[in-house]
Design a protein around this ligand. Structure first.
Ligand code: GAL
Length: 673
């Protein structure tokens, strides 16, 4: 568990670097990321390479004992490059060029930009590959930030037909898979397929889905090019990329396959403003962030590289980019840091060392204020430093801290990018946001005190006591077979509405929804009831709880449904069904109903749950147990949860933004070790 920071030596006078490096070390920082936006300083004009200043910065940081993450600078191609090669720019859905003047102004498909990227990455790698202080390389910065995945440039349009040819083999197969006969959209050559923009009304959904897959694959290829270039130039240390929160525009599982470590940039307050929670929730958590936002992403990115993951950028104060930018409640920077470690992070690195007094992010806090003196997060950083040292000194604890990230949680939650795209392409009901739906299932389970592993649809889930699929729209026979064998070896499975409702080609399955999951669930969907905002059909659960559906309700063909109905809506429509340890929820349920349903499933799966007070969450890492209070007021942990002995920090009563950590060998919730 190490602390890090993002540092821009090129923003500060040379005379200050040594002091910065010393201050970092004194504050407990061991890892420093540099370089990711520095292209114009490394190559001010074409071919004029100026690496001396970076050599110098690397030496200063290394001499202070810091380990370095070197970022490749490709997120910010400089002006001379764009002027010489304007064809590298991305193009939006209206045909407008996404021009120079900020960052991320390139199209992933551009062969020219790929060549230029390979060149600068290779020059950097040849120079620094063997440097002993460089512990890792970061490829680019935040693929997709500022809406930059979908591009309709000449290069992208030229590449798409080739991608289709590789996927389908023949135009006949493509016409058949898509159902191109509809509205006379059959083609006789792959080059006739156009990017799905500028159409009179909605474009063909299967083309849209494939265009999204194609753009996702362009990111995979681009990232792989950087990884291969680094390796060819002799880089042998870890390679990492920093992903984002609330971002599903490309398949992160695919990109992460070429990385050693997945990392993400955690800005809990900015994302609270951007997220879907209601005004009351946003008000309550204004200075803390939603209690499940960071946890969800920690678990998502932990799923990517065999459990190896970092927080590359941690918010240390107000950000600059949300609708309104709150100052964190005192204690939250400490809480966010510990929470990441509790979920298995190897490194938590703050963005940024010192607030810039210039340019776009001058209102974005750092660990230091613009004048170089400590900012509000500083005392919290020092506290985390001391607490990590205290934990590491404890023999048992440090043994557990070394390699806990691959432990299994009792619950697996399935997450699939293509299913999320499918819902975006044909929402069918107002506000049906599949990412939000996944977050609500995650929240319900976390409110029950549970640790969660997020899994991809390709993962083997055998051995999990409980497997949940909130919205697995695209399901195939292989997935059904894996779920079936998990069920046969004792897993309980809960499947949400809309699952299995499309094939990989975005067609309604031959046997109707839930398609490949029909035999497993024992249900057949007859039709769908899209629910407008005020339409909320009421239901009663088996324990008498009254709740309602929102946004979506599957209505079943009861002639073909073999599962037993456990709960119904007031109008008689089935809400929850069950067959051989597999439950099917026909609707998007309100938060409390979902919690009640999942609590009952946990009981049946022998997973112990805890009723946590509002805003409190738990997480186990080895024998360490962490409790976090996201509420702006104090909270008590349930009696008996925190033993008298083994306390590392904190008490049963958690102040606002409080953290309690204790050691426990009796972690009954984590039943699967
Ligand atoms: C991230 C980005 C950083 C910085 C930060 C501000 O998205 O990687 O470069 O812009 O946001 O919050």
């Amino acid at each position: 568990m190490q602390l890090g920071v993002c540092y821009y030596p090129e923003h500060w006078p040379r005379e200050r670097w040594a002091q910065d490096a010393r201050d970092m070390v004194d504050a407990g920082i061991r890892v420093v990321r540099i370089g990711e936006f520095a292209w114009s300083r490394l190559e001010p004009t074409s071919g004029q390479l100026e690496f001396a200043w970076l050599d110098d910065a690397v030496s200063v940081l290394a001499d202070a004992g810091l380990k370095i993450v070197m970022g490749t600078p490709t997120a910010t191609p400089p002006k001379w490059l764009v002027d010489a090669h304007p064809e590298i720019l991305a193009v939006d859905e209206n045909g407008a060029v996404r021009g120079y003047g900020s960052r991320r102004h390139y199209c992933f498909s551009s062969p020219v930009y790929r060549t230029l990227s390979e060149r600068i990455v290779s020059l950097m790698a040849e120079r620094y590959a063997q440097h002993p202080a460089i512990m890792a390389w970061q490829t680019d910065n935040e693929y997709g930030c500022h809406d930059t995945i979908l591009s309709y440039s000449v290069a992208a349009r030229a590449r798409f037909p080739q991608w289709l040819a590789a996927r389908y083999g023949s135009v006949e197969a493509l016409n058949e898979a898509w159902g191109s006969v509809f509205w006379s959209m059959e083609v006789t050559d792959f080059t006739q397929v156009e990017a799905p923009v500028g159409t009179v009304t909605e474009p063909h959904p299967a083309i849209v889905l494939d265009y999204r897959r194609f753009c996702s694959d362009m990111v995979v290829e681009y990232n792989r090019l950087q990884v291969d270039t680094l390796r060819t130039a002799g880089v042998s240390v870890d390679i990492v990329h920093n992903f984002m929160g609330l971002f599903t525009e490309f398949d992160h599982f695919d990109v992460a396959r070429d990385l050693d470590i997945a990392s993400w940039d955690s800005y809990p307050l900015g994302f609270l403003e951007r997220g879907a929670h209601d005004e009351a929730t946003k008000g309550f958590y204004r200075q803390q962030g939603h209690p499940d936002f960071a946890g969800f992403h920690h678990d998502l990115y932990r799923a990517m590289c065999k459990g190896r993951w970092w927080v590359m950028e941690q918010q240390p104060g107000p950000v600059n980019w949300a609708i309104s930018n709150a100052a964190p409640l005192p204690g939250m920077v400490r809480l966010w840091s510990h929470e990441a470690f509790a979920h298995g992070a190897e490194v938590v690195s703050y963005f940024r060392w010192r607030q810039a007094p210039f340019a776009q992010e001058q209102m974005h806090a750092g660990l230091l204020r613009p004048d170089g003196t400590p900012a509000s997060a500083w005392p919290e950083l020092l506290q985390v430093r001391d607490e990590l040292a205290a934990m590491a000194m404890h023999d048992d604890a440090s043994a557990q801290i070394e390699a806990p990230a691959r432990e299994r949680a009792p619950v697996a939650l399935m997450f699939d990018y293509a299913s999320i795209w499918a819902c975006q392409i044909q929402p069918h009901a107002e506000n049906f946001d599949a990412l939000e739906l996944h977050l609500s299932w995650y929240s319900a389970l976390r409110r029950l005190g549970l640790d969660i592993d997020i899994v991809s649809p390709c993962d083997d889930v055998t051995g999990y006591p409980l497997v949940v699929l909130p919205c697995q729209v695209i399901a195939d026979d292989a997935l059904a077979a894996r779920l079936c064998s998990a069920r046969n070896s004792g897993s309980r499975i809960v499947i949400g509405a809309r699952s299995g409702s499309r094939t990989a080609d975005l067609r309604i399955p031959d046997q109707l929804a839930p398609g490949a999951l029909t035999a497993l669930t024992g249900v057949t969907v007859d039709r769908v009831d899209g629910l407008r905002p005020a339409a909320e059909p009421a239901l009663t659960l088996t324990n008498g709880h009254r709740g309602h559906a929102l946004r979506w309700r599957d209505m079943l063909d009861m002639q073909r449904t073999t599962a037993s109905v456990l709960s119904r809506f007031d109008d008689g429509e089935p809400a929850i069904l069950q067959q051989n340890s597999v439950s099917y929820l026909t609707a998007w349920l309100d938060e409390d109903s979902l919690l009640a349903v999942l609590e009952a499933e946990c009981r049946d799966a022998d997973i112990a749950t805890v009723a946590l007070p509002q805003g409190v969450r738990l997480r186990r890492r080895g024998t360490l147990c962490f409790a976090f209070n996201y509420a702006p007021e104090s909270r008590w942990l349930p009696d008996g949860l925190m033993p008298e002995s083994g306390r590392v920090t904190g008490n049963q009563q958690l102040p606002a933004a409080g953290v309690s950590i204790w050691r426990s060998d009796d972690l009954n919730v984590d039943t699967n070790k």
